[in-house]
Design a protein around this ligand. Structure first.
Ligand code: IPE
Ligand code: MG
Length: 218
């Protein structure tokens, strides 16, 4: 979800305003995903690298996220969304942890769509954390394979990614779901995240539907 800062800058507004609009775009994306029949949506909200931003911006993002989770709670329940956090929550603010726990618990019986909020998430961190867990387990080296290893990832039920959409005009993956994106179709759009609409999501899905996915075969 890239481009909040530039969205604000283009309008002569503080970066915070871009993040505010970006948070609104989250609900737009969830509603669009429901219409488009997407069953599992992971949103990259805060990376392990985002801690390197100015502390005021980091604490603004944490506060805003917790406020939005509270505000959107009823809508989330009405829509049948199951919210889950993907990443290491310990270093997040107490307020945000509380809001996340509340929405996760309240929505755990919902099944129309699973929305995973990647927070303090990094693909390399996830893989090294999985390696640590595996070493602590009783798994023997000869039992290690892609399937058994993937059981130690943060969400073992998160399947291979079909479509990765990056907004904001950059052409990179930025440490997102490295394991799960091995065969993802990549879609890059210059649209800045706060402007990302149903039409933009629909265009990405249409493009995806044209791709020939061969998974290494001919
Ligand atoms: C949102 O966009 C990403 C978050 C970490 C919330 P940016 O804040 O990276 O926006 P740009 O790249 O400066 O435009
Ligand atoms: Mg950015």
């Amino acid at each position: 979800m890239d481009g909040n800062g530039r969205w604000a800058q283009l309008r002569g507004l503080p970066r915070q305003e871009g993040h505010r609009q970006g948070a609104k775009a989250v609900l737009v994306a969830v509603e669009s995903a429901l219409i488009l029949g997407v069953k599992d949506l992971t949103l990259f909200a805060f990376s392990t690298e985002n801690w390197n931003r100015p502390p005021e911006e980091v604490s603004f993002l944490m506060d805003m996220l917790s406020r939005h989770l509270r505000l959107q709670r009823k809508r989330v329940m009405d829509l049948g969304v199951r919210y889950r956090v993907l990443g290491k929550v310990e270093p997040l603010s107490e307020k945000l942890k509380k809001a996340l726990l509340e929405v996760e618990n309240a929505s755990c019986g919902n099944s129309r769509i699973t929305v995973r909020l990647a927070l303090n998430y990094g693909g390399r961190r996830e893989i090294t954390d999985a390696a640590k867990e595996m070493l602590r387990s009783s798994l023997k080296p000869e039992e290690v394979n892609e399937n058994s290893f993937s059981q130690f990832l943060y969400h073992p039920d998160l399947c291979d990614i079909d479509l990765l959409i990056r907004t904001g005009g950059e052409f990179r993956i930025s440490n997102f779901l490295l394991w799960q994106c091995a065969y993802a179709e990549l879609y890059f759009t210059p649209v800045l995240w706060p402007d990302f609409s149903y039409d933009d999501f629909n265009a990405a899905v249409k493009d995806y539907a044209q791709r020939k996915r061969r998974f290494g075969r001919v």
